[in-house]
Design a protein around this ligand. Sequence first.
Ligand SMILES: [Zn+2]
Length: 147
Amino acid sequence: MSRTRKPVIAGWFSGDGDDFRLLGTRCSACASVFFPREDTHCRNPGCPGGDLEEVPLSRRGRIWSYTDSQYRPPSPYVTNPELPWEPYALIAVELETERLVVLGQAVPGVTVRDLAVGMEVEVVPGVLHEDAEAVRTTWQWRPTRGR
Ligand SMILES: [Zn+2]
């Protein structure tokens, strides 16, 4: 039996395959883009305030920084404490157009040894964890390697 695929957080990403995109919001007055999405008030202190519209973010960006997650994060991060912790690479990616830095895990199999500041990566759908009810989906970053 296949379990439901459920986003870890609703409204932060959508689509599949090449159509997969992170979703932010853009202020109609000052054009600032927010991720995580801001749906209440524009956070730009110099802005009189505008409507916040959902916008898909750029699929590709460049690595701004990265680290190795060698320890089990505290709650609300969900892990099974009975399983050994498997480190993953955590990447901060700069989206040039939006002037934003977005954190995310690297795809499985990519470690910090494969990464470098300035390397181009693209956002892809991934799985954060699976439990009895559902496969919890998220976004991950994958090096484009010039594709
Ligand atoms: Zn604004």
